[in-house]
Write a protein that binds this ligand. Structure first.
Ligand SMILES: Nc1ncnc2c1ncn2[C@@H]1O[C@H](COP(=O)(O)OP(=O)(O)O)[C@@H](O)[C@H]1O
Ligand SMILES: [Mg+2]
Length: 372
């Protein structure tokens, strides 16, 4: 059937193999509740922690945090796959154990609500490119660069944006010669932040005050990624800006917001993000002078363009006391519950949550497959 003659079918993909599995499920719960069912057919697709694709329940309540328990995609669902044959145009096939595979039909657009590796990093985007299926958000390159805190800095700096001083610890380097790594880290000056190169939700990140605590922090980061980044600790306010992109014109930017974490937390860590939310204020709009706000928006659009982002991104900055702005990171699939910064920035800029979801889907449906 042709797209013109029926509602576009959206596969909402969530869960996944990264440590941000549960956060992705929470996001999917909100999005499933917000998609206009008169305009779209929805197929909820869960990816289990082990990486199996399963047909998920179209039930937002199952994907909420209940009594402090984080949601997950059950390993038991019927296995499902997207045909990688591009002439099949994104046909989804469900195979229950012992049954003949049943075709669920073609998918017109995929909404990959995945955070972290195997989702936000270009891998699922590559799969969808091979399958010739449209999807929301950045393509392979921007997703991969945005996920990799090392290459993100290379690309941003190449476009003339400021990033903090840092040292890359490549796979095996720490194990081979930890004193050489410690010496180059010391050249940045203390304190430092130690991070998995491809992480998210602050998982595996530590603030390190001096050389004695470096080993523990590097080893924690290595549990999440064989590649580690060590950065100078930037003294500054955390300012964020949301970007929407389409083929029709330059990227659009939202008002700016600020993350204000009280002093019970050393930085915006996992607990501050998702557990002790009362210790964090998301100030929207950020209380900054108008010229700074305009500069944040200009730099956000520049970062979006530098990485070849598509669809959406949130660009995070450090604003130092002297007014300089360093890009901390570009998130190609930012947190997306109605309470998250990205939707709140758009709500404050005149686009509410359901309208934002619709905007992302219609932008993705309008773009072509293949090289763009
Ligand atoms: N170089 C740095 N200087 C100061 N604070 C930092 C630095 N890097 C990270 N942080 C703090 O740690 C948080 C998480 O780091 P970030 O690089 O954004 O990782 P994630 O991708 O997990 O969000 C930031 O929001 C900030 O509070
Ligand atoms: Mg961050």
């Amino acid at each position: 059937m042709d797209v013109q003659h029926r509602k576009p079918r959206v596969a909402v993909v969530f869960g996944g193999r990264s440590p941000e599995h549960a956060i992705s499920c929470v996001t999917a719960g909100s999005v499933l509740g917000a998609i206009d069912r008169d305009a779209y057919d929805v197929v909820p697709v869960g990816i289990t922690r082990q990486g199996r694709w399963v047909l998920a329940a179209d039930d937002p309540t199952r994907l909420a945090i209940t009594d402090g328990t984080l949601p997950a995609v059950p390993e038991s669902g019927s296995a499902l796959s997207i045909t990688t044959d591009p002439t099949a145009r994104g046909e989804i096939v469900v195979a229950a154990p012992g049954e003949v595979p049943r075709a669920l039909g073609e998918v017109d657009v995929v909404l990959p609500l995945l955070h972290g590796p195997y989702g936000e990093d270009g891998t699922i985007q590559g799969l969808l490119e091979m399958a010739g299926v449209r999807y929301v958000g950045s393509g392979v390159l921007a997703s991969a660069v945005g996920m990799n805190k090392h290459y993100m800095k290379v690309v941003l700096a190449g476009a003339g944006l400021l990033v903090c001083r840092h040292v890359v610890v490549r796979p095996g380097e720490w194990e081979r010669d930890r004193s050489a790594v410690a010496a180059s880290v010391a050249s940045i000056g203390w304190p430092v932040f130690v991070k998995p190169a491809r992480g998210g939700s602050s998982i595996g990140i530590s603030r390190v005050g001096g050389p004695d605590d470096l080993a523990r922090a590097v080893e924690l980061a290595l549990e999440h990624d064989p590649k580690v980044l060590v950065e100078e600790a930037v003294a500054g306010r955390e300012i964020e800006c949301a970007v929407l992109g389409s083929r029709d014109g330059p990227p659009q930017t939202s008002v700016c917001g600020e993350i204000i974490v009280d002093d019970t937390h050393e930085f915006y860590d996992f607990d501050a993000k998702y557990v002790d939310e009362e210790h964090v204020t998301l100030a929207v709009p950020a209380d900054v002078p108008e010229d700074i706000a305009q500069e944040v928006r200009r730099l956000s659009a520049a970062a979006f363009t530098a990485l070849d982002c598509e669809g959406l991104a949130r660009v995070d900055f450090f604003l130092r006391a002297d007014g300089s702005l360093l890009v901390n990171e570009v998130n190609t699939m930012p947190g997306f519950t109605p309470h998250s910064m990205f939707p709140r920035l758009w709500a404050a800029s005149g686009l509410d949550y359901p309208a934002l979801v619709d905007r992302l889907l219609s932008t993705a449906l309008a773009r072509s497959t293949g090289l763009r």
